[in-house]
Design a protein around this ligand. Structure first.
Ligand code: THU
Length: 166
């Protein structure tokens, strides 16, 4: 038996070290937290998507009394961006979280379902999606979603034998 070691590169920095466009995207994600609909968790998440036309699309979590019917901030923003601008590449997604009257000290990382949707976006546009995760004390910069979703399912697995036949 041998081991398979999987590694991911995550750059760790603080807000002051970011460039202007990174700050702008994170500011947009922070602002989006303020419009979240989170009456159950009181955990307000904001996401900002940077498109290749330089448009920034924001979204936030939308909860529901039937809990699974709600949607995370990342998917709210991405699905809207993709539906409104289907031909624009998604270059980056910034995420921030606000709870107990403040932003979190440490970054929050996207849930599994959101990682899967970001992966679909990355594959769809054949372009790495950069992830910027905001925390007041620490920021994570990740160059591509595959760093957060190793061993992901991909279409190559669907060999002729597995594909649905017409
Ligand atoms: N949430 C997000 O919007 N994005 C994440 O990456 C993690 C969790 C939301 C879902 C739910 O409304 C609340 O945060 C608490 O889990």
């Amino acid at each position: 038996m041998k081991n398979l070691n999987i590694s991911a590169k995550i750059s760790v920095c603080i807000y002051e070290e970011l460039n202007q466009s990174e700050k702008k995207l994170i500011d947009a994600a922070k602002e989006a937290t303020q419009h979240a609909y989170a009456p159950y968790s009181h955990f307000q998440v904001g996401a900002a998507v940077l498109l290749s036309n330089n448009e920034i699309i924001t979204g936030n979590n939308q909860e529901n009394v039937a809990y699974p019917s709600g949607l995370c901030a990342e998917r709210t923003a991405l699905f809207y961006a993709n539906s409104r601008f289907p031909d624009e590449i998604v270059n980056a997604v910034a995420i921030a979280a606000y709870t107990n009257n403040d932003f979190t000290d440490e970054p929050i990382t996207p849930c599994g379902a959101c990682r899967q949707v970001i992966l679909e976006t990355q594959n769809r546009y054949k372009h790495p999606v950069r992830i910027l995760l905001y925390g007041k004390k620490t920021i994570y910069l990740i160059e591509k979603i595959t760093d957060l979703l190793p061993l992901s399912f991909n279409a190559d697995y669907m060999t002729a034998d597995l594909k649905i036949k017409d």
